[in-house]
Design a protein around this ligand. Structure first.
Ligand code: SF4
Ligand code: MG
Length: 327
């Protein structure tokens, strides 16, 4: 396994009390594999990724348990120096908002080149040449002319390509992309996703794709981990989930994706809101919103049941969800 998160717990100190953002999350991604982490905002998917990247080590966030194994080494036990070495060369992150992630007053070519100067000890001139190559690689037209342009001179889609180029610069083994296309127009979204998928294949990188949008994962992901209230509620190969979800929350997400074959029909929306993480409901955290909830759901926390080959669901009634009401 390239990356393995084991039983991770993260909490935040807030004015209303302790927010339990991540509650025992385990997931893994292999070399060359794409894991989509799916869930509404506040489900803990970004916080888990930030813990993996080591950008959560300062208050108010606190990792209170678990392991994060990168090629078998627990990152939580490394010195900050070793950790920094892995960040950049071993793993890199792409954020939703490229404009705030890029430095507005430094030409993009210099920001890209900086990676090679700092990590590879290249001269400025060589680094700039590599920057142009990278911009070419992520298909920014006329890269050689645009290498001196500033972030605001690029469109949203082009800026996101520059972010991808930055993440890819040192050819990391793992890329974590947090809602990389959410801020973009639909057509541009598809292009950026295609690019990411293509580069992942070309470089055999592991990819963790964090998204709230099931619509974008079907074509790119190998596996899906669905998160709710800081837990994984379903984890499965992507095709299994599309065929039949084994958790009512996943079903709700699937039913709320627009589909051509259901044109004209009203879209389903999961009722209610995700829970306040300072007051997660007892039992199954999804019970206040679940159309299948029964008494036991209000008291007993469902474990992640093994429901098939390489597949888990944290629902007491996963059989019913998967096979219908008679099971
Ligand atoms: Fe719904 Fe109960 Fe399953 Fe939770 S355990 S998802 S409340 S049926
Ligand atoms: Mg987020």
């Amino acid at each position: 396994m390239l990356l393995e998160v084991r039983e991770l717990y993260v909490e935040f100190a807030t004015r209303d009390g302790i927010a339990r953002a991540v509650n025992g999350v385990s997931y893994g991604v292999d070399e060359g594999e794409t894991l989509a982490v799916l869930g509404e905002s506040g489900s803990g998917k970004s916080v888990t990724a930030q813990a993996v990247m080591g950008i959560l080590d300062t208050p108010p966030g606190r990792i209170t348990g678990g392991e994060i194994l990168f090629r078998g080494r627990d990152l939580l036990r490394l010195k900050e120096e070793e950790r920094r070495g892995i960040r950049g060369a071993g793993m890199a992150m792409i954020f939703q908002d490229a404009l705030s992630a890029l430095n507005p007053v430094v030409p993009v070519g210099d920001q890209l080149g900086e990676m090679f100067v700092v990590h590879r000890g290249m001269s400025r001139k060589d680094a700039r040449a590599r920057a142009v190559e990278l911009m070419d690689r992520v298909r920014i037209p006329a890269a050689a002319q645009r290498v001196r342009d500033y972030p605001h001179q690029f469109s949203g889609g082009m800026r996101q390509r520059i972010m991808i180029a930055m993440a890819m610069a040192l050819e990391p083994a793992l890329i974590i992309a947090d809602e990389p296309t959410t801020a973009l127009d639909v057509t541009v979204q598809a292009q950026v996703m295609d690019l990411l998928a293509e580069l992942r294949r070309a470089y055999r990188m592991g990819l963790i794709l964090i998204t709230h949008d099931l619509g974008v994962v079907a074509d790119v992901a190998d596996r899906i981990a669905v998160m709710y209230a800081g837990r994984i509620v379903e984890s499965a190969p992507v095709h299994d989930i599309y065929k039949a979800p084994a958790h009512p929350y996943t079903r709700g997400l699937l039913d709320s994706v627009p589909r051509l074959d259901r044109k004209g029909r009203e879209l389903y929306a999961i009722k209610g809101l995700p829970p306040n993480l300072t007051h997660i409901p007892p039992g199954c955290p999804f019970h206040p919103r679940c159309p299948m909830a029964r008494d036991v759901c209000r008291t007993d926390v469902p474990p992640l049941y093994e429901v098939g080959a390489d597949r888990g669901s944290a629902c007491h009634f996963w059989r019913e969800c998967l096979h219908g009401p008679d099971h």
